[in-house]
Write a protein that binds this ligand. Structure first.
Ligand code: OSB
Ligand code: MG
Length: 363
């Protein structure tokens, strides 16, 4: 696969409803999109970095600079035999996983389109539909949260995840369970607690949660292993899992019983070997990133409903056609068209673009 040019774009997309986690509230996204032109075929990738370095140390602008200065030049012009080789080629750059994944995913999409093959098949997926959950942010009131849960359950979603933080946790979970004793419910703290709060966290055990996601520090595994011994509720790690090796360490030390995999990271082979359930996380993606998440979710070990939900929950108009839709049974049907299987709306993307840079081979 010869890579002739790579275009980076920053698009602005307002969310239909703000999204609040323990680290802050987002009203509008600044999304970095990447197009790889390979032998006349375009592949698209999306960088999942946020607007600020609050979830991880990467953010939209760090990803832009890392891509233009260090990552794109490595692959431009040269022959990358397969998208599978991309990660090894980029390994001289430490970290910057979200920037790397944007490039790698564009190459995966390009390769699949060149082979006229759906990306999910190229990745080795086996599912023809995937099961969907929703991640619901912190609201202005518990009543608003309950209303939102009601809407998502009526739409068919199979798992409700709520964001928690000190002051918006046990009280909120109590209200939810009082209304719905049996729904599949989980929570995500995005590192809002410390090990001193183990007695408080033990209160979560009464709610029969599917999991508690990332209760402690974003870079920690050791203390999560201690905490897991104290809790009946399964810990799921998100932020801490930065690759296959950390996934193996987390499983071996008992720091978690479930892993959230995002396209910005790796580790699913390890989880499969250990038979640990994994699911696909979301990062408020546009349709392009969403298409990659859907393809990833078809892998066999993605056995739990992911945070992969309908376009309309996030956007007035998504940048792909058709938009991602979820059936009344809470499933997304997998498309059989080449690449991610969704057509990119070039005109709309052009309108949303606030910054654009093309790097060409030999230039
Ligand atoms: O922790 O999974 C997370 C969004 C931004 C940053 C971190 C997270 C999230 C979500 C949203 O939970 C999931 C979605 O895309 O709906
Ligand atoms: Mg999370």
């Amino acid at each position: 696969m010869k890579i002739d040019a790579i275009t980076l774009r920053e698009i602005r997309m307002p969310l239909v409803h703000f999204f609040e986690t323990s680290f802050g509230r987002t009203y509008s996204r600044r999304i970095l999109l990447l197009t790889a032109q390979c032998d006349g075929v375009d592949g698209w990738g999306e960088c999942v970095a946020g607007e600020d370095p609050f979830y991880s140390n990467e953010w939209t602008d760090s990803a832009w600079l890392t891509l233009t200065h260090h990552l794109v030049p490595v692959v431009l012009g040269g022959k990358v035999d397969s998208a599978r080789d991309c990660a090894a080629l980029l390994s001289r750059v430490r970290g910057h996983r979200m920037a790397k994944a944007a490039l790698e995913n564009a190459l995966w999409d390009a390769e699949a389109r060149q082979k006229s093959m759906p990306l999910w098949k190229l990745l080795g997926g086996t599912r023809t539909e995937i099961s969907c959950g929703v991640s619901i942010g912190i609201q202005d009131s518990v009543e608003q949260l309950v209303d939102k849960i009601q809407i998502e359950l009526a739409a068919g979603y199979r798992r409700i995840k709520v964001k928690v933080k000190p002051g918006w946790d046990v009280n909120v979970l109590e209200k939810i369970r009082a209304r719905w004793a049996d729904i599949t419910l989980s929570c995500d703290a995005n590192s809002a607690y410390t090990l001193d709060q183990v007695e408080h966290l033990r209160n979560f055990d009464q709610f029969n949660l599917l999991m508690i996601e990332q209760p402690l520090w974003d870079d920690d595994i050791f203390y999560h292993a201690r905490l897991q011994k104290e809790l009946r509720t399964a810990i799921c790690l998100d932020e801490s899992i930065v690759g296959a090796r950390t996934a193996a360490i987390a499983v071996e030390t008992g720091a978690c019983r479930i892993i959230n995999i995002k396209v910005g990271r790796v580790g699913h082979d390890i989880c499969r070997a250990q038979k640990i359930p994994v699911w696909c996380g979301g990062m408020l993606e546009s349709g392009i990133g969403r298409g990659h998440n859907i393809a990833l979710s078809t892998l066999e070990n993605f056995s739990l409903p992911g945070d992969v939900s309908a376009s309309k929950r996030y956007w007035k108009e998504d940048i792909i056609d058709p938009e991602v839709e979820v059936s009344p049974q809470g499933m997304i049907a997998i498309r059989d068209q080449p690449g991610t299987g969704y057509r990119v709306k070039d005109n709309l993307i052009e309108k949303l673009t606030v910054r654009k840079e093309t790097l060409r081979a030999g230039a």
